[in-house]
Design a protein around this ligand. Structure first.
Ligand code: AMO
Length: 441
């Protein structure tokens, strides 16, 4: 194999234009296909921006022919030569290499096809795809998912920065649970028992007592969910915010703006990727509808699906609700008893609390709330929910020396990517998903 030496790419394949015709360029990528006709061969080279035809001429450039004409598919090469118009080639141009390097030859057969892999196979072969993720990602429609994810994450960070939020990082190795309901992953921390954190909830709230005001964190969260669904991961990326001196309506506004900006950004910046994925997400209308939990229960019951006031909304109920609210919508004013200990009850009606969910059709994307900031109420809530306030001492303490009222939310980035990319399985949105059965790679 050849050494890279002083060769450097001058152009990405998908960015070659008419103005480059006649110029010598250096390109790099993976050999997608070679059609060898004897004295002439057509090699399709691919990088993350697209493909270009390399036309190999045995008589004119025998050394290049020798290196490339019978190379296995998916080998990595670099080539130098002039670009010229060619109406026969898919992109309307070709490159005629005068020099080439083979930098990484591929083994055969491939564990997974790239160009010849039928799109319709994508669902059925998810396990094979994930086992060979580095090849799977070479498929433009798979790469497109991560281009969207990149744009969404970048847009969120820019939006938070504009609003004056500071980015923080909190520990993922912790001593206590945060979110009831789902199990914890235990681990050994020297001589102590520890866990992987389920949510930055307690730490982001503690930060409200630090005077830092508005903060956000984008980091991993771990949930030992036993169930194996298309919406759940055991490790996901949680986008969390916490805002001092705010109520739930304030943070809902931040959230709907963020969703709006994210959709706008992918529409502006990723039209090619959206086309590859075959989706055209609508720009959401602001503000999103706000529907109370009680209204939801009444509506769902009127449609023949029984939900008793005080129960969580089942998937069946959510699907019925989605008929009335098929896009983005908030469900507000939840029963206090089914929301976490940190949700602030309404002062005039403590059976309901200032918690909300953001849904897209039947899928939950975010939950949030104004938080309890009175330490006595917090301790009482912990006890009521069967938790030991002493274990939460490090948290409750932050409420006892000047804690402002505050609110926040947590959003699963994979859920929003799944929706905007039009995918039916959350695993598609993670490079190396962790689920009930998947720990490698
Ligand atoms: P909650 O537990 O509802 O709230 O989680 C917030 C959001 O995180 C995402 N999510 C998941 N995504 C993939 N796989 C999972 N197993 C999974 N679990 C949760 C969802 C969900 O809406 N501390 C609160 C947030 C807050 O009040 O600030 C919390 O974690 O998109």
């Amino acid at each position: 194999m050849d050494a890279l030496g002083d060769w450097r790419r001058t152009h990405f394949l998908g960015k070659l234009e008419e103005k480059d015709f006649g110029n010598e360029v250096t390109v790099a990528g993976w050999v997608q296909d070679i059609r060898n006709l004897g004295g002439i061969a057509f090699l399709v080279l691919r990088d993350r921006t697209g493909t270009c035809q390399l036309t190999l001429l045995k008589k004119h450039h025998p050394e290049v022919w020798e290196k490339l004409a019978s190379l296995p598919r998916e080998s990595v090469i670099m080539a130098k030569g002039p670009v010229q118009a060619n109406n026969q080639a898919a992109s309307g141009m070709e490159l005629v290499p005068t020099e080439a390097k083979v930098l990484g030859e591929s083994k055969t057969p491939l564990p997974l096809g790239v160009a010849d892999d039928e799109k319709s196979d994508i669902e059925t072969k998810l396990d094979t795809r994930l086992d060979n993720r580095f090849i799977d990602l070479r498929k433009p429609e798979v790469g497109a998912i991560f281009a969207l994810k990149h744009t969404i994450l970048r847009t969120m960070r820019e939006h938070f920065h504009k609003l004056g939020f500071r980015e923080i990082s909190t520990p993922k190795i912790v001593a206590t649970a945060t979110e009831g309901g789902t199990a914890l992953f235990p681990m050994k921390y020297f001589e102590n028992d520890a866990y992987l954190n389920q949510s930055p909830q307690l730490f982001k709230q503690i930060m409200m007592a630090s005077g830092m005001d508005n903060i956000y964190e984008i980091g991993p969260a771990f949930r030992a969910e036993e169930h194996d669904t298309v919406r759940h991961l055991n490790e996901f990326i949680s986008v969390d915010i916490e805002m001092a001196f705010s109520d739930e309506e304030d943070v809902m506004q931040v959230l709907e703006d963020l969703v709006y900006q994210s959709v706008l950004a992918i529409r502006n910046e990723n039209p090619d990727e959206l086309a590859l994925l075959g989706v055209d997400p609508d720009i959401p209308a602001l503000p999103f509808p706000r529907v109370t939990y009680t209204e939801c229960v009444e509506y769902v019951n009127s449609q023949g699906v029984e939900v008793e006031w005080g129960e969580d909304l089942s998937m069946e109920a959510m699907k019925v609700l989605a008929k009335k609210y098929p896009d983005w919508s908030f469900v507000t004013r939840w029963p206090t008893a089914i929301k976490p200990f940190y949700a602030q009850p309404y002062e005039d009606d403590p059976l309901v609390c200032r918690a909300f969910d953001l849904n897209y059709a039947h899928q939950e994307i975010t939950s949030g709330a104004q938080r309890v900031h009175d330490p006595e109420m917090l301790k009482a809530n912990l006890k009521r929910m069967g938790l030991d306030p002493e274990e939460f001492d490090f948290y409750v303490k932050a409420f006892e020396y000047g804690m402002p009222p505050h609110s926040g939310w947590g959003l699963g980035i994979e859920r929003i990517v799944m929706i905007l990319a039009g995918l039916s399985n959350i695993r598609e949105t993670v490079l190396f998903p962790r689920d009930r059965y998947r720990l490698v790679p």
